[in-house]
Write a protein that binds this ligand. Sequence first.
Ligand code: NAD
Ligand code: MG
Length: 362
Amino acid sequence: MAENIRELTVELGDRSYPILIGPGLLGEYDLSPYVTGSQVMIVTNETVAPLYLEQAIRCFPGKVVDSIVLPDGEKFKDWQTLNRIFDGLLEQRHTRKTTLVALGGGVVGDMTGFAAACYQRGVSFIQIPTTLLSQVDSSVGGKTGINHPLGKNMIGAFHQPRAVLIDTDSLRSLPPREVSAGLAEVIKYGLIRARDFLDWLEGAVDRLVALEPEALSEAIHRSCACKAEVVAKDEREGGLRAILNLGHTFGHAIEAFAGYGNWLHGEAVGTGMVMATDLSLREGMISSGDLERVVALVRRAGLPERPPAGMTPDDFMTRMAVDKKNVDGQLRLVLLKALGAAVVTADIRPENLAATLSAFCE
Ligand code: NAD
Ligand code: MG
């Protein structure tokens, strides 16, 4: 097994941690060296538990392993459900030396990480992400949190895991739409920072959609390396980390317009990246050939390349006006100065933005 494992490190001084990637790791890989004391609490949900909980327990030989199974869904990423984690920890008498383990997608990962940041003022945690999106994005970087009725991810903390274990085999049970949604973030890394990875993706995207293990390991490894590098340079989003939002300003507008859950985040980001690339072309930063390449890649990943029917430029503008990247009311977007090189800029000609929006809205 060992020869199939790819390992990389998120460099954060004495809080550095490994990301372990490969097939067949769940149930086989010994994670007990990353456990602080003798207690482990695995947090998962009712979809993932029957698939992988037993295997996850086997990753902690010699430890006392308890588990909490939460309901499944973004709508449960809230205070009430978070409190069930604290209930379980207190009822099972978990001490400050306990280690929380997130087994599931980004919802479970964000909530478990936040529970670990808060429980007894902070305990260790380990990520075992089981969706492609959580493997390449949410499990790396230490952002944790829950939603508030008035806003997504509004309550949270930075809390880095001790280790991230990514079993590429766990993607076999994932619905194809979720695989495509994860691929949007994979493509994003190529577009913002890694031209050679983007070139590779164009040759590999069909194998990724088909969940070919070697291609998956490579794509996840490259994606995590890219995110790890950005996070190491800018842990708390003072600047550089904002480039990870390529396609997200348009995408968030689409998600909000469609009603959360109707378009997956990754689907909206896929379309959003096409729109950001179109605007980059209008701004004279890239060529029409570059745009065609991005459109083709997004399409082959199984992602939509146009916003939902009926969405107007106004629908975009009102929602984009409240984006977190904006400074003093001025719209800021991530654009491409070349394929593989992103910039965050407020210097956008309004007529170009208007032209992009009207080109994409019927
Ligand atoms: P998710 O956690 O809702 O998972 C999607 C669905 O797949 C769920 O129904 C889940 O139960 C199911 N599932 C998970 N693993 C499975 C498997 N192996 N087989 C079959 N089904 C499986 O969604 P997600 O896309 O993983 O994550 C989205 C969340 O991540 C959002 O809440 C978002 O805010 C958050 N996020 C956080 C960060 C961060 O930096 N912390 C970054 C990106 C996204
Ligand atoms: Mg995203």
